[in-house]
Design a protein around this ligand. Structure first.
Ligand code: AMP
Length: 296
């Protein structure tokens, strides 16, 4: 029995994986032309290679484009938007940085995410003179009001508390040059759409917009259509596809030969860890007995 060449186990496929690795290694952070102060902070984090979302998002954001990005947590999306934003803001330092009047607003659904993002802003921006703060609900509002009495470049916020603070005139959103909607699908799931729309109404019309979402429902597309101008679309997690690093193979075989084929595939590849799924408990027992009898 030989496996089809498209299975990932043949030498041809190995060559393809190798080519991908090679391609990945040719891209590094220097090529993205981020300010040296940002590159230094990134290097300190131990990042060598931009992730796929970073390789695509960073040049687009630096070029001033709107962005529609499909990316889940874990893809490096936070640095994907934070790094180029820090670069843009640091290249053009504000002349009229008012108290509680941010130049960049990053909206995100939960306090944990908000805190993480602001942590990233601080980490990647440690050698820049930009300022940032984070606001979210469920905690005392007064320290947030106090912090907003000082100037800031970047505000990371959850929608409800932000709207609260905007209504109290503690925050002024009229100077926002760049808007990020992070995890937009989760914000909609959590019922933030009305708050988001109210926030959008407080922003100046001319601005750069970046929308990140893991999934793209009709509701998200509607939000994106109303928000983004001629966006660059980036998709690093296509919907309903399998993980790229997992090769999937189908062996059409008659029922009577399935166990033998399974034993053969396992033995011929010398696999030591294999998960086998069967339709029934009875089937699972039979497969296990057979494999044991084969010395597996
Ligand atoms: P995120 O998807 O933004 O939540 O990031 C996931 C994790 O990847 C975070 O812990 C980052 O510190 C890390 N990370 C982001 N970019 C890179 C990179 N280029 N190389 C290595 N790790 C990274």
């Amino acid at each position: 029995l030989t496996l089809p060449t498209s299975t990932g186990w043949s030498s041809g496929q190995a060559g393809w994986c190798y080519a991908l690795e090679q391609k990945r290694h040719t891209m590094n952070f220097e090529e993205l032309n981020l300010a040296p102060a940002i590159q230094k902070a990134v290097l300190e984090q131990g990042y060598v290679t931009p992730t796929p979302i970073q390789a695509q998002a960073i040049p687009a954001v630096l070029a001033g484009q709107d962005l529609l990005a499909g990316a889940q947590t874990g893809t490096g999306k936070t640095a994907g938007f934070t790094l180029p934003i820090l670069h843009l803001l640091s290249q053009k330092l504000a002349t009229d940085l008012g108290k509680g009047r941010p130049r960049c607003l990053m909206l995100t659904p939960t306090r944990e995410l908000a805190a993480q993002i602001e942590e990233s802003v601080k980490t990647y921006g440690k050698y820049l003179s930009l300022t940032s703060t984070v606001i979210f609900g469920g905690v005392n509002i007064n320290p947030q009001i106090s912090r907003l009495k000082k100037p800031l470049d970047i505000l990371v916020a959850t929608p409800g508390r932000l709207l609260d603070l905007a209504n109290q005139k503690a925050v002024d959103l009229s100077g926002v040059e760049i808007l990020v909607l992070d995890e937009a699908d989760r914000m909609l799931d959590m019922g933030f759409i009305r708050d988001i729309k109210k926030v959008l109404a407080l922003l100046p019309k001319a601005r750069q917009n970046l929308l990140f979402s893991a999934t793209f429902s009709d509701e998200i597309r509607e939000l994106a259509n109303g928000l983004l101008r001629n966006p660059q679309s980036i998709q690093v997690t296509p919907r309903n596809t399998t993980v790229q690093r997992i090769a999937q193979v189908i062996h059409p075989v008659s029922r009577t030969k399935k166990k033998e084929l399974l034993a053969h595939v396992i033995q011929s590849h010398n696999w030591s860890q294999v998960l086998v799924f069967t339709r029934t408990k009875f089937g699972a027992n039979r497969v296990a007995d057979y494999l044991e009898a084969q010395g597996i």
